[in-house]
Design a protein around this ligand. Structure first.
Ligand code: CO
Length: 430
């Protein structure tokens, strides 16, 4: 198994085993695919004059404008994958972004994953308050209206639950879609007030090192945040993809901690208490802690590891015969920008470098693409990401060697998809 991309093979377009082609084909223009080395796109058919008939919708007047648009009625299957928690507790559990049914890097707000610990509170923004107190010179109370007067910043960043991809720890590879396994992952443009501005106004006292963030939901979800993070790139977010944050994302405001496990970006934020030590809340001790093989747990594991996924093709897809395909997927890291993504079509024996779609942003989703000429035989597709710190996404075996099999959190191993000669795509541990 080679750690370096394979040397160019027989054809100049081939960069790795089993048909992977040079990323130049995507970096220049898609049209370059046609006519290079005998490649031909599969999907289009020769157009005859008889195919260009005038359809009904061209001959009738279309629908009028609307106050708030919704997706096409033909896209009704594009839904979050809802996973209720315990019976009798419908507000507890999560829903996942259907990663195999979306493209680009921005998640529509209505498809952003959810994780609630006791349902979505129905908050009147006129009555909601955010209080900053504890080890500060001036305890402060903010209304939504008063927060809207502060200077704002906007950033495109991912949010990932630390329980995302937890099925990766299971011994059997689950036959579920990429969204079903890995969809506790979304990316939005978040707009809000830098938390450092608000803490500066309150005046943090010497010796303070942590901030307790508490939500207004009936679980009073709360986490301890290092003061250094709160003063770095933390935000009190009020807007998501241009609109006010939706109820299930924390309306009227949430904490947003770029690159940190999603649970810490506390929704429905009502209180920030500056402390000199972590509070040891339920959600940072019995939950969201990482059980090690020796029975001890790691606490306060915040940063999401470097990770990538091939979203197309992925489990449940069916290949449409041999020929040219675009392999497409997502890469991200809680530590910063993605430097490079490599793809293998031979189970990791050789790797080729994928094209990254601009912009490549820090702590954001990066879309990668790779051209692949499938010969119709068995193949195992993998992707692996390297971030700007040089961290390389581990294999599943490497992750288990390091962490054991008892954890529920922070799974970021390489995800293989097996392509059978029948065209069937399945999930494998390989
Ligand atoms: Co953690």
């Amino acid at each position: 198994m080679s750690d370096k991309p394979a040397e160019p093979a027989t054809s100049p377009e081939i960069v790795a085993g089993n048909g992977l082609l040079h990323r130049r084909l995507f970096l220049t223009q898609g049209a370059a695919l046609v006519g290079t080395g005998g490649l031909a796109l599969l999907a289009a058919r020769p157009a005859g004059a008889e195919t260009l008939t005038v359809p009904t919708w061209t001959k009738t007047i279309g629908a009028p404008m609307s106050g708030y648009g919704v997706p096409s009625k033909h896209e009704g299957k594009v839904q979050r994958i809802v996973r209720p928690g315990a019976p009798g507790a419908p507000g507890t559990g999560g829903s996942r972004t259907p990663l195999e049914l979306v493209n680009g890097t921005i998640t529509p707000a209505g498809l952003h994953f959810e994780r609630h610990h006791n349902g979505i509170p129905d908050i009147d923004p006129a009555q909601h308050r955010l209080v900053i107190h504890g080890k500060v010179k001036r305890p402060l109370s903010f209304t939504v209206e008063s927060l809207l007067r502060y200077p704002t910043v906007s950033r495109i960043q991912f949010l990932e639950c630390s329980g995302n991809s937890a099925l990766g720890w299971a011994r059997e590879a689950p036959q579920q879609s990429v969204g079903s396994i890995h969809g506790l992952l979304s990316c939005s443009e978040w707009t809000g007030v830098p938390l450092s501005v608000l803490l500066d106004e309150a005046g943090v006292e010497p010796g303070a090192a942590w901030v307790l963030a508490e939500g207004a939901d009936s679980a009073a979800m709360s986490r301890s945040v290092p003061l250094a993070k709160a003063l770095d790139d933390a935000m009190v977010a009020l807007w998501q993809n241009g609109e006010r944050i939706r109820p299930e994302q924390g309306y009227p405001m949430r904490l947003f901690l770029p690159g940190f496990e999603g649970n810490m970006s506390v929704k429905w934020l009502r209180r920030l208490q500056v402390n000199d030590a972590p509070t040891m809340t339920r959600d940072e001790t019995s939950k969201y802690s990482d059980l090690m093989p020796d029975g001890k747990s790691w606490l306060f594991t915040f940063t999401m590891g470097v990770k990538s996924l091939i979203t197309s093709p992925s489990q449940g897809f069916r290949m449409q015969g041999p020929g040219l395909y675009e392999i497409s997927g997502l890469a991200w890291s809680g530590a910063g920008k993605i430097r490079r993504v490599e793809v293998s079509a031979d189970g990791g024996q050789t790797w080729g470098e994928a094209a990254l779609t601009d912009p490549v942003l820090s702590k954001s989703l990066t879309r990668f693409r790779m051209a692949w000429r499938w010969n119709g035989g068995p193949a195992i597709l993998k992707s692996r990401a390297i971030d700007e710190t040089g961290a390389l996404q581990p294999t599943r075996d490497e992750l288990i060697t390091q962490r054991g099999e008892r954890s529920n959190y922070h799974y970021h191993g390489i995800q293989p998809w097996s392509i059978a000669a029948t065209g069937e795509v399945t999930n494998v541990h390989a």
